[in-house]
Design a protein around this ligand. Structure first.
Ligand code: PHE
Length: 330
């Protein structure tokens, strides 16, 4: 018995331990064979004999279980030692991260206007009808609502179709003068080579005393800004329509690809449209209770800017997270 317990104690591996268990307790194991002798033992000794064997069996089982626990713990310890990772170790890599071109463009634009003393404002992505339309001089059933393919939510709420509602919120929460920009996501039901259902805009709004803000100011700020972003380009203002500005203009820059000669990108016009702007309509000021002020506003698509700056052909590639494309912007 002592011999067996010693052998168990000295077992080096789980396999060795299992072999021992079979040798002792298996079908033809030593102890099993001892139990078989019961038949030949006189009745009056049977009880004592059985008790002795059961006690031995329990001892063996205990010893095996104990040894098993020790061996498993040892194995685990060895495994942990082998798989240890030094998380503080410096690993040199030639991979560097970079901002996504859309985020990078958004940063460049906001930094530009921050340096010009504009504040940065935010608003909710799920808007109510008042802020997204009504207060921007777009009453219900106004045909210009069709300009924007709206995603409607429950209870008349909408996913904001532009960043212009942030103009309204900022005026409601502040007294003039105002000098703000509002970067953020907007949503429209649209999907093709130049449209995605979610994209990003930057809104700008300047409001001050009635004699302090003019179209000339707007024009100057836009030209300076566009030449900062695109270099030495020509800038052209084209009369246009937005319900919340009057007069309104769309602004073009001379084509970056053909320098105004006419190519596929500019549809042979020599010009690329880059933003919308205008003098804030009186009805917008009425909606927020502003009196004796004037202002200008502008809005632009950040993805469009990113595509022009980096000469990316398909808008959708900005949303595909393809590392081969993004890797080029380090
Ligand atoms: N909100 C307009 C759009 O999404 C852009 C714009 C903003 C135009 C401010 C004029 C003034 O198309």
């Amino acid at each position: 018995m002592k011999l067996w317990l010693d052998k168990i104690e000295q077992a080096q591996s789980l396999e060795e331990l299992e072999t021992l268990r079979v040798e002792i307790l298996g079908k033809k194991g030593i102890l099993t064979l001892e139990f078989a002798k019961m038949k030949t033992i006189p009745n009056e000794e049977k009880k004592e004999f059985a008790q002795k064997l059961n006690k031995q069996k329990a001892q063996i089982n205990d010893a095996i279980e104990n040894k098993k626990t020790t061996l498993l713990a040892k194995a685990l310890e060895e495994q942990l030692k082998a798989e240890k990772i030094d998380v503080t170790q410096f690993v040199a890599s030639d991979e560097t991260a970079a901002l996504h071109p859309v985020l990078d463009t958004m940063d460049r634009i906001t930094t530009y206007f921050q340096n010009m003393n504009f504040s940065i404002e935010e608003g909710p992505l799920v808007e109510d009808d008042f802020h997204n339309f009504e207060a921007l001089n777009l009453p219900k059933y106004h045909p210009a609502r069709d300009m924007q393919d709206t995603f409607y939510c429950k209870d008349g709420a909408v996913l904001r179709t532009h960043t212009s509602p942030v103009q309204i919120r900022t005026m409601q929460n502040n007294k003039p003068p105002i000098r703000m920009i509002a970067p953020g996501s907007v949503f429209r039901k649209d999907y093709d080579i130049t449209h995605t259902p979610m994209f990003n805009q930057i809104e700008g709004l300047v409001v001050d005393d009635i004699d302090k803000v003019s179209f000339a100011n707007l024009k100057h700020v836009m030209v300076e800004f566009l030449q900062h972003m695109f270099g030495d380009v020509e800038v052209r203002f084209r009369p246009s329509f937005f319900p919340f500005t009057e007069p309104s203009a769309e602004v073009d820059i001379s084509c970056l690809f053909c320098e105004g000669k006419g190519c596929k990108v500019c549809s042979q016009t020599g010009w690329l449209e880059v933003l919308g702007c205008g003098i804030v309509d009186e009805n917008v000021f009425k909606a927020v209770g502003y009196k004796n002020v004037s202002g200008y506003a502008f809005g632009l698509g950040i993805e469009r800017f990113a595509m022009l700056i980096h000469k990316i052909g398909d808008l959708r590639s900005l949303f595909e997270s393809d590392i081969r494309l993004l890797g080029q912007f380090r």
